[in-house]
Design a protein around this ligand. Structure first.
Ligand code: MSP
Length: 645
């Protein structure tokens, strides 16, 4: 059975922040949609990946003392990295793209050139702020109190040569696209885009930088790297083989049927991305869906607030399916949601443990108890069955209407209405009373059969949300593969008359609310941030290390360097005839007079370097802690000039 193709994507994750439940939310939703469409018989392509270039990554890598490539490799493929998380969360992506993959880099260069040759990319000047001592270019928004965010010094106006994309040229076409019903959903996001970005006038976009190097190089103009959003957005086509040889299914899958994206990046996807595609003369994606944000206890999830909800902790504690279910059942996909531990626990108990888990275990236990696990074929129907049968029979259609609108929450609610009705049906039919009289066996068998069928249909429809648990339920109710298909969910009465069950463990055990809440609150709010993996620099051979000469030095003089907040100038006795001058950026942490006479260590064979017009001949050894720098002080008994080895 094939219904055609369905290409769905998630935003590719930017590995500079800690992965939290917000990132997981979008990927789980995309996964559920991909599974649903596969179940419907579509040829699905589900793409996810990582967006690995840019100045922020370059900076983070520098702070960690590793190369940018090592930095991103660790977050993507390292322990508890992104690939591990998607595996844990049972994400069924068909492809995973890294923007550092060779084929992608090559394709970006070609895409950039294509737009340039068309005249849509041109060279201009990018205006910004410059910190002369740090040799760093900053945008207005990156400044801290109008000063350089690195050293706190004054910055000056400056210009940098850069390429620009003629976004303005496409403003009218983009507006028309935004106004096309169904292109951008939820519809409320359309006005936001038009009023905030199109109406004030679309300006051309700066699409290359020369002030850092961690990006895709513009091959026809060395020194320029491609703007990270041009690089990132193009992943949706390079991962299908556009402008590269790695894959060859661009014709088959493009245009995307839907890009799922968080609300803050709707602008990039619904304005810049279409304009890029217009420039490349490629078809537009059919839909952009901007989902809402998850907050935690009413606040934005942020590392500094310590409320980053760790998907590993929750999935390992409650199970992957429980977490997947909670994310999609609790929050309407298009709006913001507020994650609280109370909500999580109560949702597990109300829906999963009570309505679904309990219904399955009660039904299976009763069939075992009353019929030894196999239903007899003799039946006795009753009008009392009609409502349940009608609801279960109509469920697939109602569910489909909701899922086709990406209304995961509503779709799940519809399933649970039927499960709730089945629980009520048990109270109404009172199987334990029927079981008392042998004459009621056909009636009792009918009641059990109706329960099994209802469970089967509901479980099929929950497969995209909680795939592993559904398999466990199918095993317990004896539903073989042919009874778990989308088609079979439309027909009440598909199971054989002599259905057989097999008792298993409770699929969703009930949770002790008070105990769990206390434990969870501690884990998610009081817990210290787990220590980040800090990768060690690449190994060096001994003879490379041996080239470095470190000597014990006595501080003879020390003073502040004029016009510098950071630098101290040292005169040191390093055991040789001439005092050695070294400049060190530790003025914020020490008063010069405190240091005179101290015994310290210095690298003495570093090539000389000029700072603020003064020559520095070496480097004092200090330790960089989180918020300050500590000069390494040695025992005063060690003579100046002693070699450190
Ligand atoms: N790299 C870009 C996307 C490029 S796509 C061509 C990016 N990455 S991200 O890692 O910062 O975010 C990935 C996704 O997680 C985004 O869709 C973002 O909206 C989503 N979320 C991040 N925090 C979130 C919440 N607290 N709640 C819900 N989703 C949020 O943006």
């Amino acid at each position: 059975m094939s219904n055609g193709k369905f290409y769905i994507t998630t935003p590719i994750y930017y590995p500079s922040a800690k992965l939290h439940i917000g990132h997981t939310y979008c990927t789980v939703a995309t996964d559920a949609m991909a599974r649903y469409m596969r179940m419907r018989g579509y040829d699905v392509m589900f793409l996810t990946g990582t967006d690995e270039h840019g100045q922020k990554i370059e900076q983070k890598a520098r702070e960690a003392g590793v190369t940018p490539q090592q930095f991103v490799d660790n977050i993507v493929d390292g322990p508890r990295g992104i690939r591990d998380l998607w595996k844990l969360m049972n994400i069924s992506n068909d492809r995973f793209i890294r923007t550092t993959d060779d084929y992608h880099v090559e394709a970006i260069q070609k895409i950039f050139k294509k737009m340039y040759e068309k005249g849509d990319i041109y060279k201009g000047k990018y205006k910004g702020k410059y910190c002369t001592p740090c040799e760093s270019f900053w945008t207005e928004t990156q400044l801290v109190d109008g000063k350089c965010p690195d050293c706190g010094r004054e910055v000056v106006d400056a210009e940098e040569e850069a390429y620009f994309f003629r976004l303005s040229k496409y403003a009218d076409r983009v507006q028309a696209l935004l106004e096309t019903p169904g292109f951008l959903e939820p519809a409320s996001r359309v006005n936001e885009m038009i009023n905030n970005f199109i109406k004030p006038g679309l300006e051309d976009l700066c699409v290359s930088r020369t002030s850092f190097t961690w990006g895709v190089p513009v091959d026809f103009d060395p020194g320029h790297v491609v703007y990270v959003w041009i690089d990132a957005l193009s992943n949706y086509i390079t991962a299908l083989g556009y402008m590269n040889e790695k894959y060859d299914d661009f014709e088959k899958y493009w245009p995307a049927d839907v890009h799922f994206v968080g609300k803050e990046i709707v602008r990039f996807h619904s304005i810049i991305w279409p304009a890029m595609l217009m420039s490349m003369e490629l078809p537009m994606p059919k839909k952009i869906y901007g989902h809402g944000w998850l907050n935690f206890n009413g606040e934005k999830m942020s590392k500094s607030r310590g409320n980053v909800v760790d998907p590993y902790i929750l999935a390992e504690r409650y199970g992957v399916d429980t977490l997947r279910f909670f994310l999609l059942r609790e929050f309407p996909f298009g709006s913001d949601g507020n994650f609280t531990n109370e909500l999580l626990i109560s949702r597990i108990n109300i829906d999963l443990a009570n309505s679904l888990g309990n219904l399955v275990s009660r039904t299976v236990a009763m069939i075992e108890k009353y019929f030894g696990g196999v239903l007899p074929a003799a039946r006795a129907a009753d009008p009392m069955d009609d409502e349940l049968i009608a609801m279960a029979g109509a469920l697939r259609g109602i569910y489909q209407q909701q899922m086709d609108k990406f209304a995961f929450q509503n779709a799940i609610v519809e399933v649970f209405k039927v499960l709730g009705r089945a629980n009520k049906y048990i109270d109404e039919t009172m199987p334990w009373m029927l079981a008392k009289d042998e004459a009621n066996r056909p009636r009792l068998a009918s009641v059990m059969y109706n329960l099994l069928e209802t469970i089967r249909i509901c479980t099929i429809l929950l497969k995209p949300i909680i795939p592993d648990s559904c398999e466990k339920i199918f095993a317990q109710i004896g539903a073989g593969a042919e009874l778990t298909t989308w088609d079979s969910a439309a027909v009440f009465g598909s199971m054989p008359a002599e259905a057989a069950v097999k008792k298993g463990e409770a699929v969703f055990p009930r949770i002790d609310v008070e105990k769990e809440l206390a434990a969870l609150n501690e884990l998610t709010t009081v817990q210290e941030e787990p220590k980040e993996e800090v990768p060690v620099k690449p190994q060096i051979a001994f003879d490379e290390f041996d080239k470095v000469e470190m000597r014990v030095c006595k501080i003879l003089e020390c003073e502040n360097v004029k016009k510098s907040k950071k630098l101290l100038r040292f005169k040191l006795d390093d055991g040789s005839a001439q005092p050695r001058q070294i400049l060190s950026g530790i003025a914020e942490f020490y008063k010069p007079e405190e240091l005179v006479g101290k015994t310290v260590a210095a690298v003495v064979n570093l090539a000389p370097r000029k700072m603020m017009g003064l020559e520095s001949n070496g480097m004092l050894i200090s330790a960089e802690a989180k918020d300050r720098c500590h000069l390494l002080m040695l025992d005063d008994a060690i003579p100046a000039g002693s070699i450190l080895c």
